[in-house]
Design a protein around this ligand. Sequence first.
Ligand SMILES: *[C@@H]1O[C@H](CO)[C@@H](O)[C@H](O)[C@H]1NC(C)=O
Ligand SMILES: *[C@@H]1O[C@H](CO)[C@@H](O)[C@H](O)[C@H]1NC(C)=O
Ligand SMILES: *[C@@H]1O[C@H](CO)[C@@H](O)[C@H](O)[C@H]1NC(C)=O
Ligand SMILES: *[C@@H]1O[C@H](CO)[C@@H](O)[C@H](O)[C@H]1NC(C)=O
Length: 277
Amino acid sequence: MAVQPLFVLAVQSNTVFNFTSGIDIENSELRPNGDILLTTFTKGRLYTLNPNQKVPKAELIASLSDATALCGITRIAYDKYAVIGGVRGSYHYDNETIYTVDFTNDASNPVIKTVAHLPAAIMLNGMAALPKQPQIVLIGDAALGILFRVDTTTGAYKVAFNNTALVSPAGSSMPIGVNGLKIVGNDVFFTNSASGIFAKVPISDDGTLFGDVEIIATMDTSIGDWDDFILDSNGVAYLAQPSLGVARLFPNGTHSIYAGGIPAATSIQIAENGGVG
Ligand SMILES: *[C@@H]1O[C@H](CO)[C@@H](O)[C@H](O)[C@H]1NC(C)=O
Ligand SMILES: *[C@@H]1O[C@H](CO)[C@@H](O)[C@H](O)[C@H]1NC(C)=O
Ligand SMILES: *[C@@H]1O[C@H](CO)[C@@H](O)[C@H](O)[C@H]1NC(C)=O
Ligand SMILES: *[C@@H]1O[C@H](CO)[C@@H](O)[C@H](O)[C@H]1NC(C)=O
């Protein structure tokens, strides 16, 4: 779920930056200028990193108030992001909160707001904005096995989807159900770490989930789990697989390790130059 180095992969992987102080990265999002925002499990800290600098260095943006750990992050407008933060326990969080971080008026000093509290949530993780109404986000709760729908302008939230494919199987040694979450076209894609699936379910423009969950691939959970992921324009998924590195998964479900030897991979972005990081 977390560790320090940040890699860019071509055929080989290169380390772009490594926190020397043991800061655990959890999730990431690309900014329009190519910088990467990094959420961490360390003191609610949000960082930004320019991977194209000669000597890239993560810069602290802020520690989000009252959160010890940040999880999902997604862009909700041009250079404006929603971020999940909470007080981290063991497979559960207190005070799950959604913040917005808005760089629109100042590219280095964002306006940060607390926009929603989700007292019903237990373990929020992946988050994705609706493509046609990006101020509305879907958030997976890996403990409850549901997707919440949150309006980042009003703070209103409700359960949008409740399905056994999102739940961690009873007795899982690592009880993390729905983890990575992305919306592409008219499908929500997700991983379920404990059950080892990569799946999709149709979604309408207004965020209504309908139809059946289609399991695209299932991995052998004795060798690892799938965390966050990204899809390229051909529908090929690159998944962080903390035990081995980065897996590549074709739309037909065929998958294999694409880049191994990356310790505790947790999140992935595709850079404009085609690198996967
Ligand atoms: C990153 O830094 C840590 C110390 O914080 C070190 O243990 C680790 O080997 C470094 N990894 C890379 C890939 O440089
Ligand atoms: C959760 O938030 C409430 C209200 O701000 C606060 O009183 C409480 O201490 C917080 N809980 C934790 C575990 O930080
Ligand atoms: C999800 O559905 C199950 C089965 O109907 C139900 O027991 C559970 O309470 C629901 N969860 C939430 C958070 O609504
Ligand atoms: C799945 O798709 C990949 C990429 O197109 C292809 O190389 C592979 O042969 C396909 N596997 C099966 C079982 O069809």
